[in-house]
Design a protein around this ligand. Structure first.
Ligand SMILES: C[S@@+](CC[C@H](N)C(=O)[O-])C[C@H]1O[C@@H](n2cnc3c(N)ncnc32)[C@H](O)[C@@H]1O
Length: 294
């Protein structure tokens, strides 16, 4: 089903998220936000899990436009000749890293709903001269991908944004071939205050829509996947969250209250960081589709 035909459920959330990321990529914020963006953003990409070798030879702007929370390929066994699907491929960093790993015998397909992201990813793919990568417009809840066609599904900091995570997990199970595998890095949360859920800004910033780790694992199992496990966690402490909020890296405008507090000499980011400290983390989830359907 194409994006224009999606039913209304969750559509408001998807539209708001697409608007935020469309603006974020057009305005040049990303992992390398407006304060952190220096002449060399590679160290920051390395800090979230990419190796210098993986980033070598990629367009310089790639490392600046990632909105990821890890490197899904670091925990996967993607090999030459594999078909890899990247859910919410954004500006395409993981597409290009995967493209090198699968080589000319393999294929990488990115799926994203945001026009501006798709345009940027295609520019990056052209600039890198990769011919085994394509980007398709679509929703991760309704993947425009053939059933049983993928060796690997990867995703980086996207499923937390979906208002219909159960559908996403089912779609992952559908597009994987029997024995196919999944490695997703994503944000998970534990016992955040209830009011966080009301904020669309915090939703787009990958916090308010995030679920707990146990619920995530259960969702993958319920979709029929097996061997489900967490391969790595990166828990965010107060200091890291404060830097993140101040950096402009998160795709959110500052609410008015934020500016008022800042004007009074109170650091809003420090107060929010105290609330979220150690309750928000990035996890690398692994699962595989059974060889024989259960
Ligand atoms: C946080 S960014 C991550 C982008 C990329 N994976 C990266 O690591 O830089 C989220 C991306 O997922 C896309 N996205 C979010 N929800 C989606 C959905 N329901 N269907 C398709 N794409 C979605 C957004 O357009 C955006 O490009």
């Amino acid at each position: 089903m194409n994006p224009e035909q999606r039913p209304a459920k969750g559509q408001k959330v998807r539209d708001a998220v697409a608007k935020t990321y469309g603006q974020a990529i057009s305005q040049g914020t990303g992992y390398c936000g407006d304060r952190l963006c220096t002449a060399d953003s590679l160290p920051q990409a390395i800090a979230i899990g990419y190796t210098a070798e993986e980033l070598q030879g990629l367009p310089r702007d790639m490392a600046e436009t990632t909105f990821g929370c890890g490197n899904p390929l670091a925990f996967s066994g993607v090999r030459e000749g594999d078909v890899v699907i990247d859910l919410g491929s954004g500006a395409g960093l993981d597409l290009l890293v995967a493209s090198h790993k699968v080589g000319s015998a393999g294929r990488v397909i990115g799926i994203d709903m945001t026009d501006e992201m798709i345009v940027r990813a295609r520019q990056n793919i052209d600039a890198a001269g990769m011919e085994n990568v394509e980007v398709r417009k679509g929703y991760i809840e309704d993947l425009p991908v053939e059933t049983g066609s993928a060796d690997w599904v990867i995703s980086n900091c996207v499923i937390n944004l979906s208002p219909e995570k159960g559908r996403v997990f089912s779609e992952i199970a559908r597009v994987l071939e029997p024995g196919g595998q999944m490695l997703v890095t994503d944000i998970v949360v534990d016992r955040l205050p209830f009011w966080v859920k009301w904020s669309m800004k915090l939703h787009s910033a990958c916090v308010a829509g995030a679920i707990g780790e146990a619920e995530y694992l259960e969702g993958l199992r319920a979709a029929g996947l097996e061997g489900v496990e967490v391969r790595k966690r990166k828990v965010y402490g107060a200091g890291e969250i404060e830097v993140l909020l101040d950096s402009g890296e998160l795709p959110m405008d500052r609410p008015r209250l934020w500016r008022i507090l800042a004007g009074l000499g109170v650091s809003p980011s420090r107060q929010i960081a105290k609330i979220f400290a150690d309750k928000v983390w990035s996890a690398a989830f692994y699962a595989r589709k059974p060889e024989v359907p259960a």
